[in-house]
Design a protein around this ligand. Sequence first.
Ligand SMILES: [Zn+2]
Length: 267
Amino acid sequence: MTQATIARAVQVSGIGLRTGAISDVWLEPAAEDAGVLFYVGDVCVPARVDAVVDATLATTLGKGAVRVALVEHLLAACLAAGIDNLIVRLTGEEVPILDGTALGWLGAFARAGRRLQGAPARWWTVAAPVTVESGGSHATLLPADELELDVTVDFAHPHIGAQRWTGRPLASFGADLAWARTFGFRRDAERLQALGIVRGASLDNTLVFDDDAPMNPGGQRTADEVVRHKALDALGDLALLPGRPRVRLVAHRGGHALHHALLRAVP
Ligand SMILES: [Zn+2]
């Protein structure tokens, strides 16, 4: 199996979750062994765990003073689309939230097409299980023949509670995970909006839970939409590895910070 990039450049526009401002993204083909590279002006920020500078609400990469926020949904779609090498040019410092899912990115990769390259694909695995724990959360990476996820959440909320998603996400990404929306809680939203952290958040891009029910018209897409979005986010964080993952990720009450700590803990 060989590496792949996209066949032609495509543009995607949308508002940023943090700024609320429209930003444009260009996805462009990249050379063999380049990996995924974000460009803000002339500054190149690689999609690697050692470039992570923040994990509050979303995965943010950085170099010097430059930031690239909310990379995870784009990176999850990139992994699922089988794209190893990609240039992502941004006009702002965050990837647009679009509709809060990975569907827009999957569509962009479909429009862009896939071009095989000559170099052999790079794979990445662990030699032995690696576990990290934090508070009531834990995550483990185990060797596997194919990428597998086993993700559980446990929210003390009448519409969420304990949920689990387990499966092979690359084969079933479009059907199982790509449509699951970013979610949050109204009580947090008011505080975050007051702080100016989520100016772009709305019911168009976020599944928002009131104290007893979802506020979005139509409610949840499935009763387990929350854990499916968690699995989508986990996939996006695994895309920060330097190769296609051949691991099983078990994550309980995880989040971006826990995922990054796990990747960093691999010897
Ligand atoms: Zn997400």
